[in-house]
Design a binder for this molecule. Structure first.
Ligand code: HEC
Ligand SMILES: [Cu+2]
Length: 363
């Protein structure tokens, strides 16, 4: 079976389950579906009730099924409880005697043992099928490969086929369910545990040092999908945000092409400050931690800055990528992200201005 079939198979299985889940699921689904329409909006962009990718959709439908089953159990148990509490409550004319004591009923005890066991078996098997469907999905030939490396407190993205390294903003092509181009992520960590979680695209998967994990996403609509490191990894875990840009195939290919370019050195004739900034950059510790392809800077501890200006945010989504924020960031990273692992460098104001001018040329 190829990858396409496998994903089609997942879809049909889900609809069977839904009918089995009955009225409760159907009603909640129609109520929740109203969230689902349209591209990512800021208001619902992290909603688990608006899945737009097969793994997230499977998890959403499975959770509705589990909710339906447990909801029915809740209604029955709570109903019996309320009924008994009301019907057998203490009354004015009670004679105060103990009620008749009944010891043991094989039928009752068998029923309340066997039925819960069956329910648990059904929940277990259904969940196991969904996990199998997501984890063991075959990778279509057209899949994109990305290696994600979690760092305190930012994300590194490597595209081995394209020779690209970037940070914090993941770009992937949209995946048409009829002709899927999913993105398969290999998850690594440079330091401690992190967790990759973009709720509308897939469930959480941890990034564990020395233990490569994997997951895949096949976003059905273009747009920006937000997420967050979902495993406490240190002081600035809360500002380790995830941004996934889902683009049309043409836009994605164009982005890849632009990222593959090396940066050209700042032009001393047209932009003197930037050219001086480049000398400052290459003469200080910046290059021990940052890489700019085509220059002497080849550090790996911090984000690759080759195409810094192609990103909308800096510091893993902590601040918009504006000239003022860049200047503030290099002077005092803690002003934007307290506890970040980039040190404040002790340079003159003029050098910071020049550095900022240089960074602005990294398109
Ligand atoms: C000790 C290593 C280290 C040094 C030295 C260092 N940085 Fe950083 N830098 C980092 C780390 C780590 C981050 C990511 C911080 C985060 O997001 O939590 C970072 C982030 C950045 C960013 C934001 C990149 C992005 O896409 O989010 C810029 C710009 C930057 N550094 C520029 C510089 C400049 C310019 C210098 C030299 C003046 C410098 N850095 C020196 C480690 C370093
Ligand atoms: Cu983290």
């Amino acid at each position: 079976m190829d990858g396409n079939c496998r994903m089609g198979f997942l879809h049909s299985k889900k609809s069977n389950l839904l009918s089995a889940a009955g009225i409760v699921a159907a009603v909640s689904l129609s109520a929740l579906n109203s969230f689902g329409a349209g591209p990512a909006q800021p208001s619902d962009s992290t909603s688990i009730f608006a899945p737009l990718s097969t793994p997230a959709d499977s998890i959403f439908r499975l959770s509705l099924f589990v909710l339906a089953v447990t909801g029915v159990i809740f209604v029955i148990v709570a109903g019996l409880l309320v009924y008994s509490a009301v019907k057998f409550r203490r009354r004015q004319n009670d004679d105060g005697r103990e009620p008749a004591q009944i010891y043991g009923s094989n039928q009752l005890e068998l029923a309340w043992t066997v039925i819960p066991v069956l329910i648990v078996v059904v929940l277990f098997l259904t969940t196991a099928r969904f996990i199998h469907g997501i984890q063991d999905a075959r990778k279509p030939a057209k899949a994109i490969d990305v290696t994600v490396v979690g760092h305190q407190f930012w994300w590194e993205y490597r595209y081995p086929e394209y020779g690209i390294v970037t940070a914090n903003e993941l770009h992937v092509p949209v995946s048409d369910p009829k002709d899927p181009t999913p993105t398969f992520l290999t998850l690594l960590s440079a330091d401690t545990d992190h967790s990759f979680w973009v709720p509308r695209l897939a469930g959480k998967t941890d990034l564990i040092p020395n233990h490569p994990n994997s997951m895949w996403i096949d976003p059905h609509e273009t747009g920006l999908y937000l997420g967050q490191c979902a495993q406490y990894c240190g002081t600035q875990h809360a500002k380790m945000l995830l941004r996934v840009y889902v683009q049309s195939r043409a836009d994605f290919d164009q982005w890849v092409k632009a990222e593959q370019q090396q940066s050209s050195p700042a032009n001393a004739q047209t932009d003197q400050a930037a050219a001086e900034g480049e000398r400052v950059f290459e003469g200080t510790a910046c290059i021990n931690c940052h890489a700019v392809r085509g220059t002497v800077a080849n550090g790996r501890f911090g984000p690759d800055l080759t195409h810094l200006m192609s990103r909308e945010t800096i510091a893993s989504g902590a601040a918009p990528n504006t000239p003022a924020n860049l200047r503030l960031w290099i002077q005092n990273p803690d002003a934007i992200k307290p506890g970040s692992l980039m040190p404040a460098m002790n340079l003159s104001d003029q050098d910071f201005d020049r550095l900022a001018a240089y960074l602005l040329t990294l398109h």
